[in-house]
Design a protein around this ligand. Structure first.
Ligand SMILES: C=C(C[SeH])C(=O)N1CCC[C@H]1C(=O)O
Ligand SMILES: [Zn+2]
Length: 594
C-alpha cells in the first residue's frame, strides 16, 4: 500500500542520507586537492573518486526510482524523491563519464594555468590571470596594451579549448537525454522549478535594458573622450577591452574615467585599506563580523584551518573564488586568491554568503542542503555587501573619513560606481547562458560557436571584439564558468533578487522608509541589526526544502523575481543619466552589424 511504501521510503532515505554525506565528503576532498594543487596525480585521484561516487549514485538512483513515489501523500517525502530521482551525468556509462570528466578537467586546467607575455616587457611570459592580467585589465589606460593583454589571454585560454568543448557538449547532452531532458540547458533549468523561467528572465531584461542603454551611452562618451573618436566611435559597440574587466562583465574599475563629479571621494577605498595594512585574513574576519553582528552564524574553527585565502606560491591552483561544503556539518571552506582591494573585499562577502547558507542549512537532509534556487545562493553575500559598501558603513568601519560629504553629487557618484558593477552585469550574465542554451539545443553548430558569441555580445552588451575574430578562436572559453562548466543564469537571478532582499532587510532594520526621502534606499546599512539578521536567517535555514517562491516570500513578502527594488535603488541615477545623455546629445544604442 501507499502508506507502507511511504514508511519504507522514509527508512530508505535516512540510510541513504548517511551514506551519501560520506561519499560527498570524499568527493569534495579529492576535488579540493586538485583545485588547490593542479597536478596529473591529483587529477587522476579526483577522476578515480568521481567514478566511485558515480557507482554509488547510480545504485542509489536505482533504489530511489524503484519506489512508486509520484502518488506519495507526504509532500515533503515526495519533494525529496523528486529531487533525488534525477541522477545527472553519473547516468553515463563509465567510459563516457570518464571522457566527460576529462574534458571539463582539461578545460579548467587550461584556464587556471594559462599565462601570457607582458606587453611592455615581452621577455616576461609568466603573467597569470590572477593577479597580473586582472590587474592590467583593471588599471592600464593604454589602448594597445589592453588589446595585447585581451588578445593574448583569449588565445591562451579559450583558444585552446574548442575541441574539448565540442566533446563536452556531445557528452553532456547525451547525459541530459538519459535523464529525460531534451538537452543540458533544460537539465540546468530544472533548478528553477518554473515553466515560465526563460520568459521571466527575458521580461526582467526588457525592464532593465532601457537603463542599461543609458549607462552604455554615458560610459561610451567618457571612453571616447579618453581614447579618441577613432578608437570609440559614438554610434558603435564599445571595444571589449576598455571596460576595466577581461570580460566587460563589470565596469567598476574604470570609475576614475567615468565618474560624473571628479574630486569627490570615491567608494573605492583600496588605498585606505592598503594604508591601514589590511590583509586577506582581516578582510575575512571583518566580513564574518558583519554577519555575526546581525545575529547570523559564525564560522567554525575548521573554516579558518581549512580555507585557502591567498594564492599559494610554487603551485598551480584554481584561483577563481569558490566556497565549499564538505557535507559533514562542520567542514566548510573558501578558496580565494585574495588581493587587498575593495573589489576583493566585496568578493569576500560574496563567498562568505555561501558559507552562511551552508551553516544555516547544515542540519537538513543532504538533499535539501542547497539554495532555494542557485540564484539565492549567489545573492546572500551580495545583499549584505550592498550594506557594507555604503558611505555610511565605510565611515563606521574607518575606511572613509567621517567628514566625507553626502551631497547630491556624491550620491550620483556613488550610484554610478555601483551601476558600473550591477547594471553592466545583466546583459553579460544573460548571454553567458543564452549562448550555451543555443549550443546545447543544437540551434548553434560548433562551426558557428564564436560567431554566435560575438553576435550576442553585440546585440545585448553593445560591445565588440578589439581584434578580428574567426572560428579559429573560442572566446567563450576565456571565461571561467564556460571552461569549468558552471551554470551562469544564477547570477542574473542573484543581481535582481539581491535588491529585493536588501530593500526588505533595510525596511526591517528601519533603515529605509519609501515615504521618507531623508532615508534613501542606497544609504541603508543594516549592520548590527538583529531583526534583519533573523529574517534572512529564517529563509536560509529552509535550504531547498520548499519551492523558492516560498523562500522569497519569507524575506520579501513577494513570491516572484521583481526588478522594481533594483529600479527604486537606482532611480536618482536613472533620472540624472537620461538628462545627461540628452544634454551631451549622446546617441543611445549602437548600429549592429548583425
Ligand atoms: C565569485 C564568484 C564565485 Se561563485 C563568481 O564566479 N561570480 C560572482 C559574480 C559573478 C561571478 C563571476 O565572477 O563571473
Ligand atoms: Zn558565488
Amino acid at each position: 500500500t501507499i502508506v507502507e511504501d511511504e514508511a519504507l521510503a522514509r527508512e530508505y532515505l535516512s540510510a541513504h542520507n548517511y551514506k551519501s554525506s560520506d561519499m560527498c565528503y570524499k568527493t569534495n576532498v579529492a576535488e579540493w586537492k586538485f583545485a588547490s594543487d593542479i597536478t596529473d596525480e591529483k587529477e587522476r585521484l579526483k577522476l578515480e573518486q568521481s567514478l566511485v561516487a558515480a557507482r554509488f549514485e547510480k545504485e542509489a538512483w536505482k533504489n530511489i526510482t524503484s519506489f512508486n513515489w509520484k502518488p506519495f501523500t507526504d509532500p515533503d517525502l515526495k519533494r525529496k524523491f523528486k529531487l533525488l530521482s534525477v541522477l545527472g551525468p553519473s547516468a553515463l556509462p563509465e567510459d563516457k563519464l570518464t571522457q566527460y570528466r576529462k574534458t571539463i578537467d582539461a578545460m579548467e586546467k587550461i584556464y587556471s594555468t594559462a599565462k601570457i607575455c607582458s606587453f611592455t616587457n615581452p621577455g616576461d611570459c609568466g603573467m597569470n590571470l590572477d593577479p597580473e592580467i586582472t590587474e592590467k585589465m583593471s588599471k592600464s589606460r593604454n589602448f594597445d596594451e589592453l588589446k595585447h593583454v585581451w588578445q593574448q589571454w583569449h588565445e591562451q585560454s579559450g583558444g585552446k579549448m574548442r575541441d574539448h568543448y565540442e566533446k563536452f557538449v556531445e557528452l553532456s547532452n547525451e547525459a541530459a537525454r538519459m535523464n529525460n531532458f531534451s538537452d543540458t540547458g533544460a537539465y540546468w533549468l530544472r533548478n528553477y522549478e518554473s515553466d515560465t523561467f526563460k520568459e521571466d528572465i527575458e521580461g526582467l531584461w526588457q525592464t532593465i535594458k532601457p537603463f542599461y542603454l543609458q549607462l552604455h551611452a554615458y560610459v561610451r562618451a567618457k571612453l571616447r573622450a579618453h581614447y579618441g573618436e577613432d578608437k570609440v566611435p559614438n554610434n558603435q559597440p564599445i571595444p571589449a577591452h576598455l571596460l576595466g574587466n577581461m570580460w566587460a562583465q563589470s565596469w567598476g574599475n574604470i570609475d576614475d574615467l567615468v565618474t560624473p563629479y571628479p574630486g569627490k571621494t570615491s567608494i573605492d577605498v583600496t588605498p585606505e585599506m592598503l594604508k591601514q595594512g589590511y590583509t586577506p585574513k582581516k578582510m575575512f574576519e571583518m566580513s564574518e563580523e558583519f554577519f555575526t553582528s546581525m545575529g547570523l552564524l559564525p564560522t567554525p574553527p575548521e573554516f579558518w584551518s581549512g580555507s585557502i585565502i591567498e594564492k599559494l606560491v610554487g603551485k598551480e591552483m584554481v584561483c577563481h573564488a569558490s566556497a565549499w561544503d564538505f557535507c559533514n556539518g562542520k567542514d566548510f571552506r573558501i578558496k580565494q586568491c585574495t588581493k587587498v582591494t575593495m573589489e576583493d573585499f566585496i568578493v569576500v562577502h560574496h563567498e562568505m554568503g555561501h558559507i552562511q547558507y551552508f551553516l544555516q542549512y547544515k542540519n537538513l537532509p543532504l538533499v535539501y542542503r542547497d539554495g532555494a534556487n542557485s540564484g539565492f545562493h549567489e545573492a546572500v553575500g551580495d545583499s549584505l555587501a550592498l550594506s557594507v559598501q555604503t558611505t555610511k558603513h565605510l565611515k563606521e568601519i574607518g575606511l572613509l573619513d567621517k567628514s566625507t560629504p553626502q551631497d547630491q553629487e556624491a550620491t550620483i557618484n556613488y550610484l554610478l560606481a555601483t551601476a558600473l558593477e550591477k547594471i553592466a552585469f545583466f546583459p553579460f550574465a544573460y548571454i553567458m547562458d543564452k549562448w550555451r542554451w543555443d549550443v546545447f539545443d543544437g540551434s548553434v553548430k560548433s562551426t558557428d560557436y564564436n560567431g554566435h558569441w560575438w553576435k550576442l555580445r553585440e546585440k545585448y552588451q553593445g560591445i565588440r571584439s578589439p581584434v578580428t575574430r574567426s572560428e579559429n578562436d573560442f572566446d567563450p572559453g576565456a571565461k571561467y564558468h564556460i571552461a569549468a562548466n558552471v551554470e551562469y543564469i544564477r547570477y542574473f537571478v542573484s543581481f535582481v533578487i539581491q535588491f529585493q532582499f536588501y530593500k526588505s532587510l533595510c525596511m526591517t532594520a528601519g533603515q529605509y522608509d519609501p515615504h521618507n526621502p531623508s532615508q534613501p534606499l542606497h544609504e541603508c546599512d543594516f549592520y548590527r541589526n538583529k531583526e534583519a539578521g533573523a529574517k534572512l536567517g529564517a529563509m536560509l535555514t529552509m535550504g531547498a526544502s520548499r519551492p523558492w517562491p516560498e523562500a522569497m516570500r519569507a524575506v520579501t513578502g513577494q513570491d516572484r523575481m521583481d526588478a522594481s527594488a533594483f529600479r527604486e535603488y537606482f532611480k536618482p541615477l536613472e533620472v540624472w543619466l537620461i538628462a545627461k545623455n540628452k544634454e551631451l546629445g549622446e546617441p543611445v544604442g549602437w548600429d549592429s552589424d548583425q
